[in-house]
Ligand binder design. Structure first.
Ligand SMILES: NC(=O)c1ccc[n+]([C@@H]2O[C@H](COP(=O)([O-])OP(=O)(O)OC[C@H]3O[C@@H](n4cnc5c(N)ncnc54)[C@H](OP(=O)(O)O)[C@@H]3O)[C@@H](O)[C@H]2O)c1
Length: 244
């Protein structure tokens, strides 16, 4: 029997994506995971409707990552574009151009591409309502020294999402950005480990951790699952959970 509620989550193997995947599965969603490591996916122990394994910074993989997704018979479908990276962290005049381009692709181009593929599949699935959730960041609107790649890519994601929402009937598909706040994940650990010369705000992030100011990945995950349960979804907005 085909699944009634289908969730696609990118980067389902760590941090916020893992928490969202677990929370969705616990709420009865069938999960299609898009990840870069089959071993990490197996270790996560998530029950799967399907999966695709590859490098989401690679546009060729991104274009085909949802080929195995079948929404026939589904009544609700959600795409959570969560996979992301923050490297390279450094002054703009010292950035490795290859890593800069990869992060722009992973954080901005790929979620926009996946959104288009998902929307086409949704359009072909009669009677299925949909949602596209982009995991964004306060860094999209707040410049942080050392974060050229991250700030620029998240700004592109936020703005591209606003355009997509304007082109879409929210009764068919709700499209919005979820900005989760400062969440304790491996990405935050990497930020704290950054040299102050590359990122002058690194000590402030270390202080936040000492102060216990970071939230757990379950916080944005639970928020999303509750909103999906009631299908009380924003459209064309940036939902900034904690004003971070
Ligand atoms: N943590 C925060 O405070 C915070 C705040 C605002 C926004 N965000 C956003 O939240 C999202 C999740 O971040 P996180 O904090 O949970 O970090 P994380 O634990 O480092 O998770 C990042 C996820 O993206 C996947 N990924 C990275 N590069 C990839 C690639 N080239 N191809 C495929 N998958 C790739 C990782 O795969 P692996 O599991 O294999 O490493 C991992 O699953 C990101 O979009 C991030 O920008 C985080």
């Amino acid at each position: 029997m085909s699944a009634r509620r289908v969730a696609v989550v990118t980067g389902a193997t760590s941090g916020i994506g893992l928490a969202i995947s677990r929370a969705l599965v616990a709420d009865g969603w069938a999960l299609f995971a898009v990840v870069r490591s089959a071993a990490k996916l197996a270790a996560a122990g998530l029950p799967l409707l399907g999966s695709a394994v590859g490098d989401l910074a690679d546009p060729e993989f991104a274009a085909t990552a949802l080929d195995g997704l079948d929404l026939a018979g589904a009544r609700e479908a959600v795409l959570v574009n969560n996979a992301g990276a923050i490297d390279p962290i450094d002054r703009f005049d010292r950035l490795d151009p290859t890593i800069l381009a990869r992060t722009m692709a992973l954080n901005a181009t790929t979620p926009l591409v996946l959104s288009g593929v998902f929307a086409r599949k949704l359009g072909a699935a009669d009677g299925c309502r949909g949602a596209i959730v982009q995991i964004g960041s306060g860094a999209a609107v707040r410049p942080i020294a050392g974060w050229t790649a991250y700030c620029a890519s998240k700004a592109a994601l936020h703005h591209g999402t606003a355009v997509m929402a304007g082109e879409t009937d929210p009764a068919r598909c709700s499209i919005f950005v979820l900005s989760p706040g400062v969440i304790e994940t491996p990405m935050q650990a990497a930020i704290r480990a950054t040299d102050d010369a590359a990122m002058p705000d690194a000590p402030a992030f270390r202080q936040m951790a000492r102060d216990g100011a970071l939230r757990s990945p379950e916080v944005p995950a639970n928020w999303l699952v509750l909103r999906l349960r009631s299908w009380d979804l924003p459209h064309g907005e940036v939902v900034d959970l904690f004003g971070a």
